[in-house]
Design a protein around this ligand. Structure first.
Ligand code: URA
Length: 245
């Protein structure tokens, strides 16, 4: 079966299961057809994304935000942070952007992408007819790494549960990862962003389109035309899938 057809089927099944789970269903039954006759097998609707250590059990995006604000898992980050930067935008949006980590301005304001990179992101969104209020924006890690260093593997690991639950609550129909740190960590790949950008990939049945990080584009403006192509691809997928952002 073609991958795009298979992905669409996986996505539809996923939405159906997520909505059943939200409505309180804890298990569903599938008929398994065998040569010796059909057999009904239970399928438990546990959350596969929160089966990690330190499981944080919450029942809404707001509760999740609260537990992230109280998080003290990463000693160095907790010591240095002014604010936890959970995420912002429209929690009902079908389009979610994921960046790397808060920088100085984000740490001060408690909001993602509000500094120079954020201003470029706002312009990139405007170029495809979207405002920040129409999309949801989050980061892989929620506290600023000192001196804007890259997040350490332990920090990414500690925050992964939060990010995964955040994605589950937002339940986007498409995710755009911004830069190599977000792409690598969400998709668990070592392939460089220069190869992955603009490709339709997939995370647990959700299409993911990686593009370059706005900070990188500020440092390498000649790459903006590549990012522009990625945004056009993003809009093409959105219109092909009839996604109403
Ligand atoms: N860079 C990021 O990756 N995220 C922000 O929120 C700001 C800058």
């Amino acid at each position: 079966m073609r991958n795009d057809i298979l992905n669409d089927i996986i996505q539809q099944v996923r939405y159906h299961l997520v909505s059943l789970k939200r409505n309180g269903t804890s298990s569903v039954f599938f008929e398994e057809y065998r040569n010796d006759g059909a057999q009904t097998v239970p399928f438990i609707l546990e959350n596969p994304l929160s089966q990690t250590e330190n499981t944080c059990s919450v029942s809404s995006l707001e509760e999740l935000a609260l537990s992230v604000h109280n998080c003290s898992r990463c000693e160095e980050l907790v010591k240095n942070r002014t604010h936890v930067v959970f995420g912002s935008g429209n929690k009902h949006s079908r389009l979610m952007f994921i960046g790397e980590a808060p920088g100085h301005d984000e740490d001060i304001q408690g909001l993602p992408f509000v500094g120079n990179a954020g201003r470029l992101l706002t312009k990139m969104l405007a170029a495809i007819g979207l405002s920040r209020e129409e999309v949801y924006i989050a980061n892989v890690i929620k506290c600023r790494p000192p001196e804007n260093r890259n997040p350490l593997p332990d920090e990414v690991q500690n925050c992964a549960e939060f990010l995964h639950q955040q994605i589950e609550y937002i339940n986007p129909e498409i995710i755009c990862t911004l830069g190599s740190v977000a792409t690598r960590n969400l998709l668990q790949t070592e392939t460089p962003i220069t190869q992955l950008h603009g490709q339709r990939l997939n995370w647990h049945g959700i299409p993911v389109l990686p593009t370059f990080h706005p900070s990188y584009l500020l440092r390498s403006p000649h790459m903006k035309k590549e990012a522009w192509r990625d945004l056009i691809t993003l809009m093409r997928i959105i219109s092909e899938q009839a996604i109403v952002v």
